[in-house]
Ligand binder design. Sequence first.
Ligand code: HEC
Length: 470
Amino acid sequence: MNLPLILPRRVRIVLAVLAGAVFQPGMVARAAAPPTYHRDVEPILQQHCQECHRPGQVAPFSLLDYEQARKRASDIATVTEDRVMPPWHASTTEGGPFRGARVLSESERKTLADWADAEAPEGDPKDAPPPRTWTSDWALGPPDLILKVSEAFALGGSGPDEYRVFVLPSGLTEGRWIGAVDFKPGNPKVVHHILAAYDVTGRARELDAADKASGYETSGGGYGRLPTGLPFFPSGQLWGWAPGRRPQWAPPGTARGLPAGADVLLQVHYHKSGKPETDATSIGLYFARGPVDKEIRSRVVFPPRAGLFARPDLRIPPGDPHHEVTGDLTIENDAHLIAVFPHMHYLGKDFLLRAIRPDGSRQTLIRIDDWDFNWQNPYEFTTPVALPKGTRIEMLAHFDNSAANPRNPSKPPIEVRWGEQTTDEMCIAFLQVTRDDQHLRNRPPARPARAGGVREFLKQRSSSSQPAKQ
Ligand code: HEC
């Protein structure tokens, strides 16, 4: 028997031997007709890879034709086998399920591996699917309101990542319910991710006016500091964007409110490309289509803190490869969870969020085993998750502050505390929730508290300030 012909790739040989399955007749049959590029592989690359692997997008090379794929056949097999590509960090077996999840099926992974094993045959171009076409159009159709950064921001070619907040007056004369949001990074080579929020206090405009360049500077995750030195919190949140994000409508009957006169804030994370670049990013807002009964609000799970204004008491010792951080939040009214957005910086290693209901039932909401700062996005549940009053949301995360962590920004490692700089750390779960007892009957969105959401923020802080019970 010609072993090299029938045996799959090295890793799977080991697995197959362990499973005692090396000589199953089915494998011989599959090996007899290896997958071809046009018939079997091209459809997978079209569906799962080309949105990023094409010119001008985030990925460093294209996967649009046979030659491009053939050269990398074995890398393609490896990164898909190792679940590195397509990038999707949430566990697919625990937590979720999430809308727009980027995952390959077992059989798609096997097709790519078998194709590489068979030395990447091209097959017959007649078997090829029609090429996937790309438009620069908005995926959900024309937005009701497009806001664009008016003065392009000039980004240097080298140095650390930069964060800027752009302040875009909405010009809305009445409050609107927002059912979906989409983004168009002006320059996808350098825009790493975007968070959108809004301000009704005018303070963001003041911060903008005080900074000479377009927008104003901030550090990772924040929206800047007020002249008092206290962090500035937007009045409310909208959605976020990371490469490959597909816009989604909020679940029927739910929406986010955007009050009259609000300024939309875009917090853009820039990653430098080696050359000076410019960027002017746009946001497209879609007004809710049907009647809106419930407002989507943000709740925040923090690690424990000493007092209301204190920062979470995070101290990650240098050299510690597995530092544990916990936090929790109790839900005060029957609610539904629409999405979660975990946030840590470069030392983040893994992240787990679970719900413990008053009846004792436990449910993992999201589990990320290999945290990657570069791939942060809101995870939207396919079906909103019921959180009855009294449900405890528990957060459990680990940080790797050892020299062996290639992402550690400090060499040698130093003690790391809570802060907005990317050399500081954070450990936060943003929750998007609706209250079951709310019935808006299509009333327009109310203007949030004058203090720029501080009241709500303090309430959230105080309700998450008790140390987590282990
Ligand atoms: C959401 C965007 C996105 C999608 C979808 C995506 N990639 Fe990638 N890919 C990237 C980026 C960005 C990189 C560069 C490395 C990084 O930043 O992780 C990359 C790198 C790679 C690499 C090189 C890895 C290395 O270690 O050098 C391979 C091979 C690859 N992708 C294959 C694929 C395949 C195959 C698919 C589809 C099954 C896919 N990618 C889907 C964005 C994407």
